[in-house]
Structures are given as structure tokens and as C-alpha cells.
Ligand binder design. Structure first.
Ligand SMILES: CC(C)(COP(=O)(O)OP(=O)(O)OC[C@H]1O[C@@H](n2cnc3c(N)ncnc32)[C@H](O)[C@@H]1OP(=O)(O)O)[C@@H](O)C(=O)NCCC(=O)NCCS
Length: 171
């Protein structure tokens, strides 16, 4: 499915049974960002439905022992026929900086492109400097901070990438 992951890692589409496994890594992988409120926010951002109804456009990466190593939850926009959306992505902190995040995005771009999608969107918290650096490095355009974007106190920055202009969408 994805053949350019580092040795020992394999990818597949997630299934419903993966929901609890992914929830179980969020706090450690996000480094406790925004404390207790952040933990609740993250759990609520990843309800089971993503592992029921959005599985064919997501990826789960596992290590040799079957442990969760990385994941990407994304989907094709139902509203915008030229858009796809990355909802959540994470890489085990011990495996960061090896290109795994980029590989997952490249695979998602290929999938989105094969469905005729040109734009990829996502959002992140302004405090998430790692996410902002990563998305900018991949070529996403970052918006100004959007206050209360996801509800009171839930500010976001939005990212957009035009696949037709991205080297990452070309093989
Ligand atoms: C963001 C995240 C997915 C990046 O995963 P990763 O596998 O370490 O990223 P990669 O190794 O593929 O890096 C790809 C590029 O982004 C850059 N990048 C990665 N993390 C970065 C950071 N913290 N700050 C700045 N740039 C960063 C890399 O330097 C690399 O660029 P280059 O090799 O072209 O110079 C990972 O840090 C993570 O899981 N963070 C916690 C969860 C999170 O915040 N998810 C995003 C919001 S949903």
C-alpha cells in the first residue's frame, strides 16, 4: 500500500478495532499539549465514526510487533468535489524526523488525486508549532489565526495545498 516507509514499518487502512489503539497514543504523542483541556479536545476530535466510515482514505502504520507507529485520518470532501481533507495525523515521537509524516501525506495526495481532488485542506491549533512547521515544509499555505474557528476558545490556523503545484503529488 505504501512502499517507502522506513524498514520494519507497514501501512494499511485502519479498521474499527484500531479506534481505541489510536486514542491510546494521543496524549503521549501530542506531549500533553494544552493539558487536560487539550486531552479532551483531542479525544473528541477522533470519535469512532472515523474508524467506521472514513477508513478507506486513512492509513495506519504499525511496527514489527504490531504497535501503532503512525496514522493519518483523512477523507474526500463531500461538499467540495475538488477537495480532500486531512483531519488528524500523528507519528510516534521516537520515529519522527525520518520522513514518515511526509510519506503518509504523499500517499494521501496520491489517493486524493486519483479521485480528482486538487486541493488538500487541514487545520491545526496555533500553539502546535510542530504541526505548523511540518505543514509549511510540505508546501501548505498557512492562514492567519482564525479566532474561535472550531468553537469558543478553539482558535485554528488553516492550511491549503494545491496538488497541481506540489512536487509531492508527482510520483
Ligand atoms: C507533525 C508530525 C506528524 C511530523 O511527522 P514526522 O514524521 O516527524 O515528519 P517528517 O519527518 O516527514 O518531516 C517532513 C518535513 O517536515 C519538517 N518538520 C517535521 N517536524 C517539524 C517541526 N516540528 N518543525 C518544523 N519542521 C518540521 C521536517 O524537517 C521535514 O522537512 P525536510 O526534511 O524537507 O527538511 C509529527 O511531529 C507529529 O506526530 N506531531 C504530533 C501530532 C501533530 O501535531 N499532528 C499534526 C496536527 S493534526
Amino acid at each position: 500500500m505504501i512502499d517507502d516507509l522506513p524498514a520494519g514499518l507497514t501501512a494499511r487502512h485502519p479498521v474499527e478495532e484500531d479506534h481505541a489503539r489510536v486514542l491510546g497514543v494521543l496524549d503521549a504523542w501530542w506531549g500533553g499539549l494544552k493539558g487536560q483541556a487539550g486531552a479532551l479536545e483531542r479525544a473528541l476530535l477522533l470519535p469512532r465514526l472515523y474508524f467506521q466510515h472514513f477508513t478507506t482514505t486513512g492509513f495506519l502504520v504499525e511496527g514489527d510487533g504490531g504497535e501503532v507507529a503512525a496514522f493519518l485520518v483523512g477523507f474526500l470532501s463531500q461538499t467540495e468535489p475538488d477537495a480532500a481533507y486531512v483531519h488528524f495525523v500523528g507519528v510516534d515521537p521516537r520515529l519522527r524526523g525520518q520522513g514518515i509524516g511526509r510519506v503518509l501525506y504523499r500517499a494521501f495526495f496520491a489517493l486524493a488525486g486519483s479521485h480528482g481532488r486538487r486541493y488538500v485542506h487541514c487545520v491545526t491549533s496555533p500553539q502546535n508549532t510542530a504541526s505548523r512547521g511540518f505543514h509549511t515544509r510540505l508546501g501548505f499555505t498557512e492562514s492567519a489565526v482564525k479566532a474561535d474557528y472550531d468553537g469558543p476558545g478553539l482558535d485554528r490556523v488553516a492550511f491549503t495545498l494545491d496538488l497541481s503545484a506540489s512536487p509531492l503529488s508527482r510520483g
